[in-house]
Unconditional design. Sequence first.
Length: 95
Amino acid sequence: MPGDRTFDEKAEKYIDTAHTPDNTLRITSPQNNTRTSGANISVSGVADPNCALTVNGEQVPVTEHGYFSAYLPLESGANTFTFKSGEETKSITVE
C-alpha cells in the first residue's frame, strides 16, 4: 500500500532521531510542556548506557544501546521530571 513503511524503515527513522553518537542525554518523547488528562505518562529517550540514569532520584533502566522509557505517575497541575545521567541533567514538564 502506498505510504506504508515497513517496521525496519520505521525503526531506522526512530533510531536516527533518537541516537546521539556521543551518548548525550536526550528526551525524545513527549515534548516539553505537553498537556494530558492521563494519570500517567511514558517518557522515553536515549542516554549513556555506561552511566546510571535517574528520574527525580529514582533509577531508570537503560538498554545496552542507551534507550530508556519510564512510565511516570502524574499529579494535578505541572509535573517536572528531572533526568540525570552522569554529569548531564535534562528536565521535562508535563501538565
